[in-house]
Design a protein around this ligand. Structure first.
Ligand code: AMP
Length: 311
């Protein structure tokens, strides 16, 4: 099974209480692709500038990720800088430079057309909707967004949300999107905007899912059900950047590795999301996600089960 992901491939400068990392390879699609690559085949659609070299791209190809959909063009790559000095659970954006993403028109390579799963990682909702429209036959589409797009691109975002099976978003963004401070009411409002299921990430406190029968192929019931997955309490969080995208990569990667999407698979995927998020924050940027082995992932999954199991 293959997941096609579209989203930012970027350079990030990050400061946290543990230190500072300058211009490291980052971006929502990068974190997502690396995390998902431990579960299934991953293909990437993005654009980068002349500053993005073969060595940078090897971060993805070394993990077997298909980068034929990454367009190289004149100009500078997307650049983001953020600080977690005030709050380790939420980035304070210091600078966002869209650069080559400003005039990007995504093209789907012929080799990508048979992708069964599509993930619309964080980027301009116009680009997300464009890729969605170009992939009408996919089995399942999930997506993400952030305050940057919720605040100033609401109409475009509303169009993108209509094409989603699942939205993954963090809790402050969910409340912002719904104009509602209560999480349950916010979830009801967001599900009415289009997505068939909603996964709300709570940073160090885990993640909640809001779904109904209609979240699963062939079912129609609308009564909302909830599920809560834990996060792993860690003694040190070095850098939270990409935790959300890594969660999404583990979540969707696990789903793509299974025969069909059932409530049990959905719930297990929430745990694998937490597992990949917990690895991501142990080092700066994508460092930890590049060098995991399947045994470590299973060991940590067992730890997540242990954390929340009642005899
Ligand atoms: P996360 O910490 O999982 O929410 O995502 C962090 C990643 O999102 C970083 O690697 C950034 O490059 C990327 N990012 C930050 N702002 C934006 C934006 N406005 N659009 C797309 N990607 C972004």
């Amino acid at each position: 099974m293959s997941i096609l992901v579209v989203g930012s491939v970027a350079f990030d400068t990050i400061e946290t209480p543990s230190g500072k990392a300058e211009r490291c390879v980052g971006g929502a699609a990068t974190h997502f692709a690396l995390a998902a690559s431990y579960f299934t085949d991953v293909r990437v659609i993005a654009v980068v500038g002349e500053d993005f070299t073969a060595e940078h791209e090897a971060v993805l190809t070394r993990r077997g990720i298909d980068t034929r959909g990454i367009e190289h063009t004149k100009g500078k790559s997307f650049f983001w800088s953020g600080s977690y000095l005030k709050n380790l659970n939420e980035a304070q954006t210091l600078n966002t430079e869209l650069n080559v993403f400003q005039s990007f028109s995504p093209k789907i390579p012929a080799e990508y057309e048979d992708s069964e799963y599509l993930f619309l990682a964080n980027i301009d909702p116009v680009l997300q909707a464009d890729v969605r429209a170009k992939m009408p036959r996919v089995k399942l589409v999930c997506g993400d967004t952030m305050n940057y797009w919720i605040n100033d691109h609401a109409e475009n975002l509303a169009r993108m949300l209509k094409g989603l099976d699942g939205l993954l978003i963090n809790d402050t963004e969910a409340k912002l999107l719904a104009h509602e401070g209560n999480m349950v009411l916010a979830a009801e409002k967001i599900l009415a905007m289009g997505p068939k299921s909603l996964v709300v990430k709570h940073g160090e406190y885990g993640a909640s899912a809001f779904f109904s029968e209609r979240s699963f192929p062939g079912n129609h019931g609308r009564a909302i059900r909830m599920f809560r997955a834990p996060a792993l309490p860690l003694a040190e969080v070095v850098d939270p950047t990409g935790a959300g995208d890594s969660f999404a990569g583990g979540f969707f990667g696990y789903i793509a590795s299974q025969k069909e999407l059932t409530p049990a698979v959905f719930k297990k995927a929430m745990f694998y999301g937490g597992v990949m998020g917990s690895f991501a924050v142990e080092r700066f940027g994508i460092e930890r996600l590049q060098q995991l082995d399947p045994g470590e992932i299973e060991e940590r999954f067992a730890l997540f089960c242990e954390l929340s199991h009642l005899e």
